[in-house]
Design a protein around this ligand. Sequence first.
Ligand code: ZN
Length: 417
Amino acid sequence: MMKKKRQRKYAAILFGLLFSLAMGGKAGQEPMMIGYQGKFNTSGWSGSGNAHAPCLQGEGYLTGMRFQLMNRPDETEGGIEFQVNAGGLGWIDGKSSESGTMAGQEAQPEKEAASGQEAQPDAAALGEEPPLEAVRIWLTGGLETEYDLYYRVYQNGGWLPWSSNGQEAGVLGQGFWINGIQALIQRKGLEPPEDEEEEEEGLPQVDPSRPMIALTFDDGPRASVTDRILAYLRESGGRATFFMVGNRVAANENSVNQMVAQGCQVGNHTFDHQYITRLSLEEMQQQIGGTNQAVLDACGILPMVIRPPGGKVDEASLTVLETMGMPAVMWSIDTRDWQHRDAQMTVEAVLSQVKDGDIVLMHDIYPSTADAAAVLIPALTERGYQLVTVSELAMYRGGMLPGHKYSRFSPAKAVQK
Ligand code: ZN
């Protein structure tokens, strides 16, 4: 649903642009466009892709960018310049480059100086280039008087608003890494591209002064159960986080889109429910990256959090999660719903001990869990708890960092590594 909406929007932007340039441009001349590639920490330079289409993929973050102007009008001088900013390393100029598959300019920060602390060798190789946090791009040599350059980055789970003509795009210093980039050029005087619609429109805002908990559902989606839970959330104005098994996502795409439409958070639970502590680096990338890609394909949102199956993590797997930009979300209340399959026991497990800041573990593949949710969601709301996503809870309680694990977010902001 959302994906189609977005595709339509991109198509509309592109069509509008081609149309307006074609009508205003010289006969026989292709409209000027900006081409770009991102260098992903997990897989290197992306394919050159279509000009003006989003450069975003399901794993990793960007450590470098390349840009070039395509079909620059013959009579004009000028070109494109840009800078990237990697956390703590400041702004770096893009430089002319003929290397790689795309001629143009590229920028990539140097590898960080050794800090004395040795990471896992293979994980270190994977994450040796620092993640980009912001970019600015502008036209030069007279082009800037005739054209506007728009660009935006995908960061912290969504597209930021469009920036233009040298403005900073990206949030610096917050540990948010750029996962994707989109840019376009159009003649001055045309309507600027639209920002994403506010998906949470109409949903209750979080009141930081009131107690809140995060309900989480693993191992799904399974439409017959997941859709019931979503309906109960809708009735109570609550949200939850769904840690999905990648191989179930495509067959339950409607449920995934419904999660997003209701402001719920989409999370990662590996592709085949694998214990990540038993996986090689490559297997971990496939299991986690594959799920991120499946969710992105289904709903247009890239998961930013993972729940490791079985709750199994160790230092080595946390180090890999850090390179993938993802925190591990554990839990503070274990309903054991998968074991007893008894709705009443699930309800009691929560209501007997729940407190502000808890993360509750359930599984949206058992009908008994949907039965429990039918009671729990209104009961918790009645008790004054705001039902929020994991990232919302974290946002008001000290935040989350990639490569760390979190089991609850108490009002005292307690966190554990
Ligand atoms: Zn599981």
